[in-house]
Design a protein around this ligand. Structure first.
Ligand SMILES: C[S@@+](CC[C@H](N)C(=O)[O-])C[C@H]1O[C@@H](n2cnc3c(N)ncnc32)[C@H](O)[C@@H]1O
Length: 269
């Protein structure tokens, strides 16, 4: 492979946390299968099955959680996401899974396009709420979630715990392998930047697919905000929820400051 050229200068800030996902979509499942995988899926399946009513998943993306969730429950499952490219992959995954009780909707989680009290349970897996880069975005989303739940409805969310632990680095080869039926070689070059004052972590990603002159490069930035468990609990309470559990693993163990998994469950008051 030729030496990849330096990427063009990345912006120091991203205006919105939903930027970058369309560009990431072709690579998301490939990367995810080699990193986070499906370790959280049984937790969301158990939560939804224990509730019984319709479920809304925020930031459903490529359907990594949505498809197995729909298989595990008989109730209606709806996933919402802003990225058309992520949703296209999600729809293909749902077709392959032959899941009939599920649909994907394009929309923004800050303005949920559903009737009041339409869902019994809302879930926000894998740090989706950390794509909301400003407090007002989080506030808008929590009040939109409260509106689509009836009194007693449950909201479960996971925060990605380790965002502030990432150290800045430049263009590190963070994954290498082959992708697709053709088995084209693919390399992920990643840079990480922290804006500790604003609590933002930027992942500048460059996927290089193929070799030599025909190699195709795609560059984009994903931005996430650190939100502590305690701050999220306060925001939930302000939005009209009672926090019923803070969990530190996917088996339901209690949260503490060293936990690697941060899950909150809340009931709408
Ligand atoms: C980490 S991915 C999670 C996808 C999927 N839930 C999973 O666990 O694999 C985050 C998803 O949230 C979506 N997203 C980010 N901000 C959003 C917003 N404001 N409204 C709707 N979707 C958003 C992105 O398009 C992306 O698909």
């Amino acid at each position: 492979m030729t030496t990849p050229k330096a990427p063009s200068r990345q912006p120091q800030t991203a205006a919105e946390g939903h930027h970058g996902w369309d560009e990431y979509a072709p690579f998301y499942d490939w990367e995810n299968a080699r990193t986070f995988g499906r370790r959280d899926v049984p937790f969301w399946q158990r939560l939804a099955a224990s509730r019984g009513g319709p479920v809304l998943e925020l930031g459903a993306g490529t359907g990594r959680v949505t498809a197995p969730l729909a298989k595990a429950v008989s109730a209606r499952v709806v996933g919402i996401d802003r990225s058309a490219a992520m949703l296209a992959r999600g729809r293909a995954r749902l077709r392959r899974a032959r899941a009939r009780n599920v649909s994907l909707v394009r929309g923004d989680i800050r303005h949920l396009p559903f009737a009041s009290g339409a869902f019994d349970t809302v879930i926000a897996p894998y740090g989706i709420l950390q794509s909301l880069l400003r407090d007002r975005d989080l506030k808008a989303t929590l009040s939109a979630v409260a509106a689509v739940l009836p009194r007693g409805g449950v909201f479960g969310l996971e925060l990605v715990a380790d965002l502030p632990d990432w150290r800045d680095y430049q263009r590190r080869v963070s994954l290498k392998g082959r992708r697709g039926r053709s088995g084209r070689p693919i390399t992920l070059l990643e840079s990480v930047r922290q804006d500790r004052r604003r609590g933002l972590t930027f992942f500048d990603q460059e996927f290089v697919e193929g070799r030599g002159r025909t190699a195709v490069r795609r560059q984009f930035t994903l931005t996430f905000r650190t939100v502590s468990v305690r701050r999220m609990a306060r925001r939930l309470e302000a939005a009209g929820f009672e926090v019923t559990a803070m969990l530190g693993d996917y088996q339901g163990g209690p949260w503490d400051a060293r936990a690697e998994v941060w899950i909150l469950l809340a009931r709408k008051c």
